[in-house]
Write a protein that binds this ligand. Structure first.
Ligand code: ATP
Ligand code: MG
Length: 283
């Protein structure tokens, strides 16, 4: 795949700060086992605003296999695009960097390290002293509800607990851009609500930008400032939906008329996509 050409810094929007994240005409393909090219992402353009002091959360919604994880990996720098650009703060990024952190769709932790030591890993790489590392790791381990398991090994944890270790491992590094790939998929509703509240809290305090993949419409509306609805593979952006600013994001919000209206709107959009998908596969 060709190295994407370096580009000048993006022009500031309306003279203000450039978007926190911008994808410009992103094309990504894979080679299948026979060496044929499979187009996963096709001309994706999207921007996530920079809201200093509050952060912003963008959700990617779209059918299974459409290219959501592929887009997150490209932003993280784990995959090189065929063409197009990923810009953070108006600057093109190449490869991985400490400014971005990813929570993967499948659990990722070191089997031989305890929960606390797993969470400390990124801080070790940054050369942070042991005492501070331990304190910061324990704080976030407690926030994800695993205080009593700080000394446990991953094999002693359930799937949902492992996923929370992965979330803690990423958040402890305070990345400016957090990429979360269906991070709460394995959690029961109560734990999931707790983790949603944690993300909103971290976002506000750390001022990060989060790109979040979920199949859960209610979760999308609850967390997002902006939602991008993607097409079937190859992923293209079909709709960009601004979620109104909700002063208090608490569980009561889900009962409000405005929340339900947005949920229904998204359901209709996804239903239309499903009908289109059934036609594609000849059902
Ligand atoms: N390493 C790979 N090699 C070849 N093809 C791949 C690879 N990873 C993904 N693909 C293909 O790219 C397409 C998009 O995959 P991707 O994982 O991005 O989908 P997704 O939207 O995240 O799906 P899901 O919601 O099921 O997680 C799929 O058709 C998949 O088969
Ligand atoms: Mg995926």
């Amino acid at each position: 795949m060709p190295e994407p050409a370096a580009a000048p810094a993006a022009p500031a929007l309306g003279g203000g700060t450039p978007p926190k994240l911008e994808l410009r005409e992103l094309y990504i393909s894979y080679a299948d086992r026979k060496g044929h090219s499979v187009q996963a992402v096709e001309g994706v353009n999207l921007t996530v605003a920079n809201k200093p002091g509050v952060g912003e959360l963008a959700v990617l919604l779209g059918p299974s296999g459409c290219g959501k994880s592929t887009i997150l990996k490209a932003i993280c720098g784990l995959l090189r695009q065929d063409s197009g650009e990923v810009l953070i703060d108006g600057q093109p990024v190449f490869g991985t960097g400490r400014d971005r952190g990813m929570v993967f769709q499948s659990y990722t932790s070191f089997a031989w390290r305890t929960v606390r030591k797993n969470v400390e890993y990124g801080l070790e790489l940054q050369g942070i002293p042991a005492k501070q590392r331990k304190e910061e790791a324990l704080r976030i381990v407690e926030q994800v509800g695993l205080k009593d398991f700080a000394a446990a090994l991953p094999k002693q944890l359930s799937g949902g607990m492992k996923q929370r270790v992965a979330i803690a491992r990423t958040l402890v590094n305070k990345p400016r851009v957090v990429l979360m790939d269906e991070p709460f998929g394995a959690l029961d509703p109560q734990t999931r609500w707790g983790m949603q509240a944690l993300i909103l809290d971290v976002l506000r305090k750390q001022d990060n930008t989060v790109v979040f993949v979920t199949h859960d419409i209610s979760e999308a509306v609850f967390l997002a400032d902006v939602i991008f609805v993607l097409s079937h593979r190859p992923a293209r952006v079909l709709h960009r939906i601004e979620v109104p600013y909700f002063e208090e994001r608490d569980p009561k919000l889900k009962q409000s008329a405005e929340f339900k209206r947005l949920e229904n709107h998204l359901l209709e959009l996804l239903h239309a996509l499903q009908v289109q998908g059934n036609v594609q596969v000849g059902l």
